[in-house]
Design a protein around this ligand. Structure first.
Ligand code: SAM
Length: 218
């Protein structure tokens, strides 16, 4: 990664209130290089995405979840459903070595990319399950402190898929590209879940609106 990209990552993270440690920044630089290289051969992110855009819409968007995971001393084990090229789960694993991350992704080429990076970066806090989440949901009941997903399914469909694996204590984090506040999930066509917290922010450079909603079942 060039010096200007490194600065973009550091400055963008700082705008989100995140101080990136040098080791984490180094891992994300390797990640970006591999992403751009692999993306020429397999479909990981939109073909015409440049490095600076990838930093913002993939890396910084993923990092925005960090404050939700670091605010207590409780152990964090996050499930990222449909991780694709690792957003948000693998980015978070690069910066939070003390937490554990399970990435579930059925597409084999994406799984190969994720496993390649985990090996390359020597991440001991991340694993990939090459499958659809519904194949494991019942067996995983109560295993995760947090569950998240980006750009996989509408909130109602996603919450239905993961329902068997959550308990009332599981923090489910919805990542939404939405400008308006969300006060009730019924606005998103969902029942049986409560919104515990919402965080609105804009991406640091394009100012594209984002909304994180933490929801609990029951
Ligand atoms: C549009 S991509 C988003 C990838 C990544 N989360 C991101 O934001 O860049 C959706 C991903 O979800 C995966 N997916 C779709 N249905 C799934 C399911 N039922 N369980 C797990 N993953 C699923 C797809 O294989 C695909 O990689």
């Amino acid at each position: 990664m060039s010096e200007s990209n490194r600065r973009l990552l550091l400055d963008g993270a700082a705008q989100l209130g995140i101080n990136l440690e040098p080791a984490a920044c180094e891992r994300l630089q390797v990640y970006l290089n591999e992403l751009m290289k692999w993306n020429q051969r397999i479909n990981l992110i939109a073909r015409n995405t440049g490095e600076q855009q990838a930093i913002e819409i993939h890396f910084l968007d993923s990092l925005a979840l960090l404050p939700l995971l670091t605010r207590t001393d409780d152990a964090v084990h996050l499930l990222d459903v449909g991780s694709g090229a690792g957003f948000p789960g693998l980015v978070l694993a690069c910066v939070l070595p003390e937490a554990h991350f399970t990435l579930v992704e059925p597409r084999q080429k994406r799984v190969s990319f994720l496993r390649h990076l985990i090996r390359l970066l020597e991440l001991r806090n991340a694993e990939v399950v090459a499958d659809r989440v519904e194949a494991h949901a019942a067996a995983w009941h109560g295993r995760f402190s947090h569950v998240t997903s980006r750009a996989v399914a509408e909130p109602g469909v996603f919450l239905q898929l993961i329902h068997p694996l959550v308990t009332p204590a599981t923090g489910v984090i919805l990542m939404l590209a939405r400008k308006e506040p969300l006060t009730r999930l019924s606005e998103a066509g969902v029942s049986g879940w409560q919104i515990v917290e919402t965080i609105r922010f804009t991406l640091p450079f394009s100012e594209a609106p984002r909304l994180l909603a933490v929801v609990h079942s029951g």
